[in-house]
Design a protein around this ligand. Sequence first.
Ligand code: AMP
Length: 411
Amino acid sequence: MSFIPLGLAADLQCTCAEIGYKTPTAIQKQAIPAVLSGRDVMATAQTGTGKTASFVLPILQQLSGGQAVRSNHIRALILTPTRELAVQVADSVATYGKSLSLKSCVVYGGVKINPQMMKLRGGVDILVATPGRLIDLCKRNAVKLGQVEILVLDEADRMLDMGFRVEIDKILKMLPLSRQNLLFSATFSPAIDDLTRGLLKNPLRIEISARNSAPKTVKQLVYEVDKSKKPELLSHLIRNNDWSQVLVFVRTKKGADQLVRQLKGDNISAVAIHGDKSQGLRTRALKDFKANKTRILVATDIAARGLDINELPHVINFDLPKIPEDYVHRIGRTGRARLKGEALSLVSADEVKSLAAIESLIQQTLVREVETGFVPNHKVPLTRQTRVKPKKPKKNKPVVPQTDVNDGSAR
Ligand code: AMP
């Protein structure tokens, strides 16, 4: 199937063809016609499914007709949880909208506000923003939300995890009542349910992959190892397999910096990305990694959320995440857009509870391996999931904030 039956305008179809999109992805097939019809949409879709294009393309089309934007006003607002995701979505807006004369802009915290205020002066059609900075700009009257026709909450689950509910509610109060709402979330939780209840009107519900499931294209493996041996095992795996581009997840910012030091000590080029790094450093780190200048990117969950790194073959969980849903987000960095990927978790005996929670969430028992020379002294016990056949999935518990949550990284 091509993009033609979805109702996209000819110039947007041409852009898709130019970028090499031959067929729409599952979410694009459902979301594009719905957004074009003006309907609210609630989509549970993992990253890597093509969800950005599924809302950006029809929004561009919707906005290319209609009233001109007034000074300091905007017509579509895309809220994202992190600066990195904001930049990425803004890049997609620029790419998909290159044949149109719509104005777009991205704003996020951690950088000077004045240049952003200048850009907003004449009004922009599409604004991509993180919640905290948007509220700052509203307070300074640099942006006015009275002309907003379309609101998108991208990675809504992560926004809630990061404690942005208050900011979202503040922003919603400033928007006109008559508007189209689109909500995208990688996972489903009661907190999301609560948010959508007051927000969406008769939404089209799209569920692309099973709730909280891992992408099928990702091969998952657990390496049992003693905690103290993890850095050594990581360097060994990287060298032995000659991996050139690896995204490594750790739980804490301190842990990220420490691991980078250890990898560098082993002559492996590595850089950390987390909330304590300046925006400039984070952007450069990501750029260098994408350009294959850095071999290893070590990231905390929040810093890495939503990053689109094309054809990333390997994701390593150096530590298992505290929140089981983050495992799904993490391994969603590989095996994207139908490519095959590998997600390896280095698991020590003290992490068995986290492993059990992950296996229960994804309803899958992960295959375990022990690398020669790294046989653990502290055995990783079998999890319940390993011994009993999973029954019906349990209802998800509300997602609780994690260690990095209040580091202000996205504000
Ligand atoms: P997203 O889920 O929006 O982060 O997109 C993941 C990746 O899929 C991005 O690199 C997109 O460029 C790519 N992509 C999106 N739509 C398509 C499509 N229809 N065909 C091929 N690749 C796509």
